[in-house]
Design a protein around this ligand. Structure first.
Ligand SMILES: NC(=O)c1ccc[n+]([C@@H]2O[C@H](COP(=O)([O-])OP(=O)(O)OC[C@H]3O[C@@H](n4cnc5c(N)ncnc54)[C@H](OP(=O)(O)O)[C@@H]3O)[C@@H](O)[C@H]2O)c1
Length: 333
């Protein structure tokens, strides 16, 4: 197949390109040439700008387009207008953030989507979810039965630029006590390589429709994750299970100081890690053991990111201070 990737050089896009090449497809990538411009010497590279210069896409034909870089409906529409009669099948990568209410469990593909009062707003950081929902609408309008919309949960694995997962992998590769949230809570993670392999399977079969993709269809918890970290990485790291109340009262912030942690008391986020991905699993999504993702992420972090300072997660000194405070509290009890 002739496949166009709108993006293709940072994380998910990179895995999609790898899978497409492994499957023998002819790949073209379109981007600005800013992120990892030297990747894929043998792949056709079209340069442009989604919000402006789409001329490199004009009058070309592809069997399928994969859109990993669409965030603003107006911008997505500009690309769709250029590609509408030249691409047979269009896959848009949305997000579970497109859902409107995370307070009730069991969110499937029919759950209500997020909305925004002023749909002309384009602040992606503030309106990421509702903007993704509006982008989906544009894709459906133009590609109809030839549109595939994927709503991934947290993507993890090598090349993940967010460091949310890598924080945990690094922490558990280093000796010493490690703060872990104690309350039992669900966690959903999907290796971007598994997502890429499955999406390619759908694209090759010209599947359409909307799919959540948040990982395997069995319950996985923070405790399972910690056990997997201990199994996958030989080190003398030791989890110290600390209740939410202590973490919150000591100023530990969810998702930034302690990535992947949402306090149980946040009822509005109760369902964030319980998204229903059964439809994807029925359509062939298969996930590797999380231990493999942990090991490969560690290898990538050690190999490619010497000196890289993590974007998230508390510093070792802050963790030490908290552990001391926790120890003192236990001594008082
Ligand atoms: N990470 C998660 O946990 C998560 C969860 C749910 C959904 N998602 C969705 O999954 C997708 C992940 O994408 P990714 O970033 O990993 O994809 P990617 O395709 O690997 O990287 C983004 C690409 O977009 C290109 N790009 C950025 N701005 C551009 C512009 N203005 N014009 C043309 N090209 C541009 C970049 O290249 P240049 O910089 O060279 O232009 C780069 O090649 C996103 O749609 C995200 O919303 C992610």
């Amino acid at each position: 197949m002739k496949i166009l990737v709108l993006g293709g050089t940072e994380f998910l896009g990179r895995h999609l390109v790898d899978v497409a090449l492994n499957h023998g497809h002819q790949v073209t990538i379109f981007n600005r040439g800013q992120t990892n411009p030297d990747l894929y010497p043998t792949v056709e590279k079209l340069r442009g700008q989604r919000d402006g210069d789409l001329s490199a896409l004009e009058n070309r034909e592809w069997d399928a387009a994969l859109d990993t870089s669409g965030y603003i409906p107006r911008v997505v529409r500009m690309g769709l207008n250029v590609l509408a009669d030249h691409v047979a099948h269009y896959t848009f990568f949305s997000s579970i953030s497109a859902y409107g209410d995370f307070s009730l469990p069991g969110i499937d593909e029919a759950a209500p989507l997020a909305a925004m009062a002023d749909e002309s707003q384009e602040a992606v950081l503030t309106f990421y979810g509702p903007l993704k929902a509006l982008c989906e609408q544009q894709v459906h309008e133009v590609f109809g039965d030839h549109a595939l919309v994927i709503r991934p949960g947290l993507l993890v694995g090598p090349y993940d630029p967010t460091d949310r997962f890598t924080y945990w992998v690094r922490r558990f590769s280093q000796a010493g006590p490690r703060i872990v949230p104690k309350e039992p809570r669900s966690l959903q993670l999907i290796d971007a390589r598994d997502l890429a392999e499955w999406v390619m399977h759908l694209v090759e079969r010209q599947k359409s429709g909307t799919f959540n993709a948040t990982g395997p269809d069995y319950r996985f918890t923070m405790a399972d994750f910690v056990e997997a970290l201990m199994r996958a990485i030989p080190s003398s790291a030791a989890p110290v299970w600390i209740p939410d109340e202590f973490l919150l009262s000591h100023g530990v912030t969810e998702f930034s100081d302690l990535p992947l942690w949402i306090a149980i008391s946040r009822l509005e986020w109760k369902a964030f890690f319980t998204i229903d991905s059964r439809r994807a699993v029925q359509a062939g999504l298969s996930c590797r053991p999380i231990e493999d993702t942990i090991r490969d992420t560690l290898l990538w972090d050690l190999r490619d990111r010497q000196g890289h300072e993590l974007k998230v997660g508390m510093t070792s000194s802050k963790e030490r201070e908290l552990l001391d405070a926790w120890g003192e509290q236990l001594d008082r009890c």
